[in-house]
Design a protein around this ligand. Sequence first.
Ligand SMILES: Nc1ncnc2c1ncn2[C@@H]1O[C@H](COP(=O)(O)OP(=O)(O)OP(=O)(O)O)[C@@H](O)[C@H]1O
Length: 289
Amino acid sequence: MPDARTIAASPEAAPTAAPAASVPFGPDRNGIVIDIDAVDLERNGSTLLDGVSATVRAGEHWTLLGPNGAGKSTLLSIVGAHVHPTRGTATMLNHRMGRVDVFELRRHIGHVDPRHPVRGRMTMLDVVLTGITGTVLMKPRWEPTDEELERAHAQLSVLHVDGRADADWSVLSQGERGRTLIARALMPDPELLLLDEPATGLDVAAREQLIASIDAVHKARPDLSSVLVTHHLEELPPSTTHAMLIGHGRIMATGPVDDVLTTERVSRAFEFPIEIGRNGSRWTATAAR
Ligand SMILES: Nc1ncnc2c1ncn2[C@@H]1O[C@H](COP(=O)(O)OP(=O)(O)OP(=O)(O)O)[C@@H](O)[C@H]1O
């Protein structure tokens, strides 16, 4: 059995940390949905996050950018209430980690994880419906209501894949899977949507459709806030409002997207000369000559 010191130092989110909350899950009275304050995360003797602070308000769409190993997914796992900070505080939807049942908190956060493990025979619609139960598999003896079925189809329709609702997961393309996972994450009607490299492995057409779908979701749900992790500026939806650059577990720049995504700041974060450009509502990044 682990001793008390091991438990206290464990970064894994304890499932039953505190009594059920009476405060509703949503923005606080200042409209803040994510409040990360002076967060450090240590694992196996390494510092993965070092003094990270971030504030996200309702309706903002953030991107978290940085080189491989910078700490992006680690930060997203704290915001998704999967990992506790070693030091500092993480408050999402007006509930601080350590004082809230993380399972309850997670039900209000849509998390699109490209490594989502679908098992057994499931259709696209089945996978979307598991967003209601918060499970990987269809819950035994659980049946969706007509309203839930209608909502699942409506989500797939916004993402332009409703025609494939009955297709088996095993035959879906990467792009169809990506959009299925977004629809799944939206099923509980979350206040916060986290997207971890949603365009990984997509061809250019599927990537463009995905970006258009994310924009459509932002338009359909103006109160929704989102955080999208990527390495590629070309993958940023035009609806992106803010950006954070992260390097070696530290924040390098944060603020409105046009202030942060500059040639100088991006080059510093990636430790490589990169020229940032705009192509209409999109961003480009090329090696500076
Ligand atoms: N359990 C762990 N123990 C020690 N180091 C870890 C652990 N988990 C992650 N790391 C390290 O933490 C650093 C940050 O990892 P993270 O996955 O957050 O980076 P990232 O910015 O998302 O990277 P990528 O762009 O490559 O996905 C990496 O160097 C990784 O090897």
